[in-house]
Design a protein around this ligand. Sequence first.
Ligand SMILES: [Zn+2]
Length: 208
Amino acid sequence: MSSTNEERLDGALKRFGSHPAISKLREFLLVAPDEELFHIDPARLAEQWNLRRQAVLEILLRAVRFDILGMEWIFHCTTSGGVAKESLQLAHTHEHEFCPVCRVDFRNILDENVEVFFSVNLEIRKLPTSQREEYEQRVIGDITNKGRHVWRTGGTIKGVEILNHPIFREIFGGETLPLDQSLEIRAATVLFSDVTGSTAMYERLGDA
Ligand SMILES: [Zn+2]
């Protein structure tokens, strides 16, 4: 098992405040095997912690806020399911992405092809770098052998789930969508009304 910078973890957890799940999060980060700390499975945590999924996502988002975890946005190719782009901020995305495997351009649809991963900050626990390579190889292997990587499973966190989470909007409201890009949302389930950026935009438009 990889080593943990316990001092740094406890310093970060102090800033977390008096959340009831802190001790569970601390134990998880200290004792869980490496593979559970890379691309963390919220369904598994919900079961282990006896919490609703929404509450687990709240804890993960707050942990990102205090640099305990990192959060990545994955843009899956709509043809192969491959990883066309990984980004630390949703705002870095574009209307279109290019899949290097299929060699095609595709249109990003926020509620259909975007996945979110939470993993421990490597400065808190030094996970082996091979985990990322193994994930990439598994994706490529699926596409080569089965024609497609199926990324939606029980543990999958869809981008739209995070975008609509009140804690994400509270903590990261100002850095959500790039305002100059028109990302398509097929089911129109994302509510932008209280996101800082769009509030500012509506004010400029004289609509608030
Ligand atoms: Zn592709």
